[in-house]
Each structure stands twice: as structure tokens, then as C-alpha cells.
Design a protein around this ligand. Structure first.
Ligand SMILES: CC(C)(COP(=O)(O)OP(=O)(O)OC[C@H]1O[C@@H](n2cnc3c(N)ncnc32)[C@H](O)[C@@H]1OP(=O)(O)O)[C@@H](O)C(=O)NCCC(=O)NCCS
Length: 165
């Protein structure tokens, strides 16, 4: 089940982050800030025994661009479609906030995430040199977010325009 995170998820998010990333982790303090005061939306995928993954989107005032700040799926739950489902839900959330595009950065050696983003329609458009703590470059990617069809916006549609599976 994909749902917005809340403060009771904080411990699980910090533990998940530590298992998923060796460097450049989102700190507990940052998670707390983003859950309470940041212009952000944190979505989690939860199963009966806890959190499987999260996607974190940030918004900027007066900008129609959203940013996928981070996404991570716990090791044992990978390659089951959860990353794609969370990214789809993140895009839906961004559209509802009025965003017309989503940007992200990815390590140049992260081929698994690059495949996910490529399949989801993200296009490379630039590079940040020496971006990560270990000096790895970041590839910048962007996707235009097509607004929902008019029928979906009026509530007449029987299915959401971009359903979460
Ligand atoms: C990248 C990540 C979020 C993908 O999540 P996931 O739930 O495993 O991905 P999904 O099962 O939804 O797969 C979506 C696509 O990702 C790619 N993918 C997933 N697992 C893969 C693997 N082991 N090898 C190659 N590509 C893979 C495939 O293109 C897949 O689409 P397909 O099934 O149609 O081939 C996950 O591997 C992860 O958390 N990695 C560590 C954290 C990270 O790198 N985050 C991204 C920071 S930019």
C-alpha cells in the first residue's frame, strides 16, 4: 500500500536509508524537516511487516518543476515493481501540486536506477560534476508530466489516469 509518510515512520525511514545508501544519505533531521515543514511529499510503500520503500519529492515556491529527491526500496523487496509504483505515485502527486515536469539526479554508476528512469520516460539533459560525497558525477534527468485527461479531472473516469499498481 502506498501512502503519505508521517512522523511515526521516522525510525523506519532512517533504518531503510542506512540499508539502501552507503553515502549521501538523507539524515534523520532532514527527514523530520521534510515531513513537517519542507515543501515536500514523502510517500511510503508499506506491507504487513513494515516499510518496503519510499519516494521523496520536493517542490519549489513559484516553480512548476518538482524534484525527485530520493527513492529507495529495501533489498528484499527489489525487482517486484515497487520502485516503478512509487515513482508513478510520486508523479501523480507532483501533478496534483501543479508541477509540469519532474527532475532528478542520479549517480553515473547507478545503472539499475537509470533503467527505471529511462523506462519511465526520463531524459538526460545535463551533468553535475563531482556531485556526490565520493566525487562521483551526477546525471540530470527530466520528464514532462502530462496533465490528467479532462474526464479524469471532472471525476467521471472509472479509473485514475495513472493508477498505482
Ligand atoms: C532503483 C530502485 C529504486 C528500483 O526499485 P525496484 O522496486 O527494484 O524497481 P522495479 O521492480 O519497480 O523495476 C523497475 C525497473 O527498474 C529496472 N530494474 C529493477 N531491478 C533491476 C535489476 N536488478 N537490474 C537491472 N534493472 C533493474 C528495470 O528496468 C525495471 O523495469 P522492468 O521490470 O520492466 O525491467 C532500487 O533498486 C533501489 O532502491 N536501489 C537503491 C537506491 C537507489 O539507487 N535509489 C535511486 C537513487 S537515484
Amino acid at each position: 500500500m502506498i501512502r503519505p509518510a508521517n512522523l511515526s515512520d521516522l525510525d523506519a525511514l532512517v533504518q531503510l536509508e542506512a540499508r539502501c545508501f552507503d553515502t549521501d544519505r538523507v539524515s534523520r533531521r532532514s527527514f523530520h524537516y521534510l515531513l513537517t515543514r519542507g515543501h515536500a511529499m514523502l510517500l511510503v510503500d508499506e506491507e504487513h511487516n513494515g516499510l518496503c520503500g519510499y519516494a521523496l519529492i520536493r517542490f519549489q515556491a513559484r516553480s512548476a518543476r518538482a524534484r525527485l529527491y530520493s527513492i529507495a526500496i529495501d533489498h528484499e523487496h527489489r525487482s517486484r515493481g515497487i520502485g516503478r509504483a512509487l515513482l508513478t505515485a510520486a508523479e501523480d502527486t507532483a501533478r496534483k501540486h501543479g508541477a509540469s515536469s519532474m527532475r532528478l539526479e542520479i549517480r553515473k554508476d547507478n545503472h539499475v536506477a537509470a533503467r527505471l528512469y529511462g523506462k519511465m520516460g526520463y531524459q538526460p539533459f545535463g551533468t553535475y560534476l563531482n556531485y556526490y560525497a565520493d566525487h562521483m558525477d551526477a546525471l540530470r534527468m527530466e520528464k514532462t508530466l502530462i496533465p490528467p485527461a479532462p474526464a479524469a479531472m471532472t471525476g467521471n473516469a472509472t479509473q485514475p489516469a495513472h493508477g498505482v499498481t
